[in-house]
Write a protein that binds this ligand. Structure first.
Ligand SMILES: *[C@@H]1O[C@H](CO)[C@@H](O)[C@H](O)[C@H]1NC(C)=O
Ligand SMILES: *[C@@H]1O[C@H](CO)[C@@H](O)[C@H](O)[C@H]1NC(C)=O
Ligand SMILES: *[C@@H]1O[C@H](CO)[C@@H](O)[C@H](O)[C@H]1NC(C)=O
Ligand SMILES: *[C@@H]1O[C@H](CO)[C@@H](O)[C@H](O)[C@H]1NC(C)=O
Ligand SMILES: *[C@@H]1O[C@H](CO)[C@@H](O)[C@H](O)[C@H]1NC(C)=O
Ligand SMILES: *[C@@H]1O[C@H](CO)[C@@H](O)[C@H](O)[C@H]1NC(C)=O
Length: 313
């Protein structure tokens, strides 16, 4: 009798010991940093606590294993966050996102219910390499402070309702390779300082931009890879533009660009070319590369001729 209860007690102690060490183990196995988890839970509370999108974001689980979240595998700090493709997330970008300072990639995309301006706390995210706020309903101006995010390779603010000018401060981002500002309501001209990027694809089509292409953007070298200016109010003498040798795509259609097509165009291995719907005039230069493009790349100008268009008189 006595022995039996001693054994039971002994077994029970083993059980207790095992259970408590399991709890300790599972606790110490949580990779997520408490500051990151706290900020993420506040983002969830802010944007839609009961939406299916956040259903894996539970306080008693490891945030490094939540869906749409990734942690650095050495530091275990959050480096990737993607919130998007949701119609039922409503509100503004939660300012607390700015506390996730180890983020390298951040997405808020395809959310018509995301409104308001870009909060100033985003300027704290100085480790960002890729920032995507696209196909949402954000408005206000493009903030100057984005120029402080000087590790950015990609900045995509396309398909929103941003107004006002393109801030010159963006030219302080030394390695910016893709700047997507298309389908907004931006006005003003392309800042003069935009010429010192080393390798840039610039897409600003479908806005209300005007003025010239800054001289510095066409300074030669390889700095401009792609430039899409379609559907704006740009007005400059195209014949005076000198293109960088790295240029692979140019669409200036639907602007008020005048002058003639520079001969240099026929020497660039262009994959995309469209100059239609402007006020251009004179012969289309002959050469290897421009010959590939058909009339719809040149049509609806003042008096362009030759090539796929009627012969010059
Ligand atoms: C979310 O669900 C909880 C519990 O069902 C409820 O108390 C809360 O009001 C809901 N919050 C929102 C914003 O719908
Ligand atoms: C850690 O992350 C780096 C960068 O994302 C990746 O290249 C590497 O394979 C990862 N290592 C492990 C052990 O998962
Ligand atoms: C975008 O925001 C505007 C103004 O807040 C609103 O009228 C419009 O319905 C929103 N668009 C979508 C697709 O939700
Ligand atoms: C480009 O020029 C601006 C203004 O002169 C300067 O502030 C910025 O640091 C330069 N950026 C690069 C990448 O050189
Ligand atoms: C476009 O910009 C011009 C000024 O450059 C302004 O007068 C006009 O109202 C703007 N149009 C739209 C549709 O925003
Ligand atoms: C050129 O642009 C015009 C107007 O934007 C468009 O209708 C046409 O299809 C485009 N052609 C090519 C080859 O991109």
């Amino acid at each position: 009798m006595e022995t039996k209860s001693t054994i039971s007690l002994f077994l029970f102690s083993i059980f207790l010991f095992t259970a408590s060490s399991l709890i300790t183990l599972s606790h110490s196995a949580e990779l997520c940093h408490p500051n990151d988890k706290n900020a993420l839970l506040q983002i969830k509370a802010h944007l839609g606590p009961n939406t299916t999108f956040f259903s894996s974001w539970l306080p008693n689980t490891d945030c490094c294993h939540w869906i749409n979240v990734r942690c650095n595998n050495q530091t275990n700090r959050l480096n990737y966050l993607a919130i998007g493709q949701q119609n039922d997330l409503i509100g503004q970008i939660p300012p607390i996102v700015g506390q996730l300072t180890t983020l390298e990639i951040l997405y808020f995309n395809d959310m018509p219910g995301l409104t308001g301006p870009i909060p100033s706390s985003i300027s704290n995210l100085i480790n960002l390499k890729e920032l995507y706020f696209f196909r949402t309903n954000l408005s206000g101006s493009i903030p100057e402070f984005l120029g402080r995010l000087n590790k950015l390779d990609i900045l995509d603010l396309s398909e929103n309702r941003f107004t006002g000018p393109i801030p010159a401060s963006l030219s302080q981002i030394p390695n910016l390779q893709q700047l997507n500002l298309f389908k907004n309501r931006l006005s003003g001209s392309i800042p003069d300082t935009f010429g010192n990027f080393t390798k840039l694809a610039l897409q600003v089509y479908d806005n209300n931009l005007s003025g010239p292409i800054p001289k510095s953007l066409s300074r030669g070298g390889k700095n401009l890879i792609l430039i899409y200016l379609k559907n704006n109010a740009f007005s400059f003498d195209f014949s005076k533009v000198v293109f960088s040798s790295g240029l692979r795509g140019i669409d200036i259609s639907h602007n008020r660009i005048y002058g003639s097509l520079p001969k240099q165009l026929s020497q660039l291995p262009l994959e995309v070319f469209n100059a239609s719907y402007n006020q251009l005039c004179g012969p289309i230069p002959t050469g290897n590369w421009l010959n590939r493009f058909k009339a719809d790349s040149f049509g609806n100008n003042k008096c362009l001729c030759d090539g796929p268009l009627p012969t010059c008189k």
